[in-house]
Structure formats: structure tokens, C-alpha cells
Design a protein around this ligand. Structure first.
Ligand code: DAT
Ligand code: MG
Length: 140
């Protein structure tokens, strides 16, 4: 198995409910290591850029609104198969379909306010890490 890095965000619905530590603990106990982390309140423009792949989707306006509605914690996670491991720990996009024990099953409020983001492939992980972090901010 390969050691990988992935990009993760603890979304505003979760920071608002003081769940940064609880969610980070689930990631760490799931075998991932936080090698970069910072709290950011993203602008609408930053949210639009980050989620540009979804700009034609009907929920895009709502997504940009909710992501810029409060502070977010952006993180780089490292570990074996970190990209797929993080997706497993997160659970399905819609929390009503997420497996027991996943972050979204435990904490998400709805499909729109689903507490966490995680990259879905090596290419998006690299892009998303570079969108929020410089190399010197990542300390493995
Ligand atoms: P994921 O975050 O699991 O990778 P995605 O990439 O399909 O899911 O969508 C990105 C985010 O957009 C998702 O976390 C929440 C929001 N979203 C997706 N589908 C939605 C819907 N049907 N209604 C409202 N928000 C939605
Ligand atoms: Mg996605």
C-alpha cells in the first residue's frame, strides 16, 4: 500500500457546533495523520473557485453560500491509501445513506451541511492541497 496525501475540510456546519476536535479524532483514529492544518473563513470567490467543478449543478449557489457562512478547517492528511481511507471515514455524501460509525453518519445535518470534504482522486487531492497550502506549510 502507498503512503498518500489527501485534502480534507471540516465545514462551517461542523466548526459552528465545535466539532473540530471530534472530527479530527475520528480521522486520526482511522489511521490518518494531520500534516497541515489551518482555520480559514473562505470568501464566496474562494468557495466558487474551490468547487468550480460543480458550477453547473443546481445546488451550486447553496454550496457556495454554506461554505462561506463561517470558519472552515482545511487540512492535509497523510497515510496509507489516504484518499480512499478518508472517503471511507467520511461516509456517503448524503448522511442518511452513510454507514454507521462514519463522520457524516455521526455528525452531518443534511446533504448540504455534511460536515466534511475529502478529495476523491490523486489529481483532485494535488489540486486541492495546492489551492489552500504552500509546500512550506505541510510538515510531514
Ligand atoms: P462529496 O462531498 O461527497 O465529494 P460531491 O462532490 O458530489 O460530494 O458534492 C460536493 C458537495 O456539494 C457535497 O459535499 C454537498 C453538496 N451537495 C452535493 N449534492 C447535493 C445536493 N443534492 N443538494 C445539496 N447539496 C449537495
Ligand atoms: Mg466531491
Amino acid at each position: 500500500m502507498a503512503i498518500e496525501r489527501t485534502f480534507s475540510m471540516i465545514k462551517p456546519d461542523a466548526t459552528r457546533r465545535n466539532l473540530t476536535g471530534a472530527i479530527t479524532k475520528m480521522l486520526e483514529e482511522g489511521g490518518l495523520r494531520v500534516v497541515a492544518s489551518k482555520r480559514v473563513w473562505m470568501s464566496r470567490r474562494e468557495a466558487e473557485g474551490f468547487y468550480a467543478v460543480h458550477k453547473e449543478r443546481p445546488f451550486f449557489g447553496e454550496l457556495v453560500e454554506s461554505m462561506s457562512a463561517g470558519p472552515t478547517v482545511v487540512q492535509v492528511l497523510e497515510g496509507e491509501n489516504a484518499i480512499s481511507r478518508n472517503r471511507e471515514l467520511m461516509g456517503a455524501t448524503n448522511p442518511s445513506q452513510a454507514a454507521d460509525g462514519t463522520i457524516r453518519k455521526s455528525h452531518a445535518l443534511s446533504i448540504g451541511e455534511n460536515s466534511v470534504h475529502g478529495s476523491d482522486a490523486p489529481e483532485t487531492a494535488a489540486q486541492e492541497i495546492a489551492y489552500w497550502f504552500s509546500e512550506t506549510e505541510i510538515v510531514g
